[in-house]
Design a protein around this ligand. Structure first.
Ligand SMILES: CC(C)(COP(=O)(O)OP(=O)(O)OC[C@H]1O[C@@H](n2cnc3c(N)ncnc32)[C@H](O)[C@@H]1OP(=O)(O)O)[C@@H](O)C(=O)NCCC(=O)NCCS
Length: 156
């Protein structure tokens, strides 16, 4: 995975990230959500791209957002470009985010995920997140609503 770099997102990345997010899956964040996060001082937005010298140099392949309150970080979103999914990039990006929050002396990494999102659930459980709660009917779904599963990863 040394062919990839994870860096802070800049406003110049906005159009590429909006396109990536809109194409990656259902219930995507709106362009407004993405823009607000990159401008917010409480959120950190990241992009994953191919390192220089490799095929597709500079192209944004992944996007993630972390929100921090005191010593807790919350993963608000993680998305891998549709065509690049299933190749280990989500795992790599998440590992980079864990390293980042650890380096900030954060104690807990939290997230919530749709109960039906088996790909994301696998990704989170693989790196050690533990399920410790449920919010009933939290998300709008195709028909009705669906539960959110709450996960946490202790960093101490
Ligand atoms: C969830 C997501 C970020 C995962 O990224 P990815 O690059 O595709 O994931 P990886 O290739 O690193 O695979 C991670 C794990 O998920 C598993 N996985 C991949 N595709 C899967 C599928 N269709 N069903 C179940 N598990 C799957 C992989 O097998 C891997 O586990 P393993 O190493 O034990 O085999 C990506 O699919 C995505 O962007 N989805 C749309 C947005 C989204 O739902 N984000 C999460 C919001 S909470």
């Amino acid at each position: 995975m040394s062919n990839y770099i994870c860096r802070l997102m800049q406003e110049a990345d906005l159009n590429e990230v909006i396109e990536l997010v809109q194409q990656a899956g259902d219930f995507a964040w709106s362009p407004k959500n993405i823009q607000e996060s990159v401008l917010s001082s409480n959120d950190k937005s990241f992009v994953l791209s191919a390192a220089s010298g490799s095929k597709n140099t500079g192209i944004v392949l992944g996007y993630a957002v972390i929100h921090t309150v005191l010593d807790e970080s919350h993963l608000l979103n993680i998305v891998i470009k549709k065509k690049a999914q299933g190749k280990g990039l989500g795992d790599y990006l998440l590992q980079q985010l864990i390293d980042f929050v650890k380096a900030q002396n954060q104690h807990l990494f939290l997230l919530e995920v749709r109960a039906s999102n088996s790909k994301a659930i696998k990704l989170y459980e693989n790196v050690g997140f533990k399920r410790n709660g449920i919010r009933k009917a939290y998300y709008p779904a195709e028909t009705g609503r669906e539960d959110a599963w709450l996960y946490s990863l202790s960093l101490v």
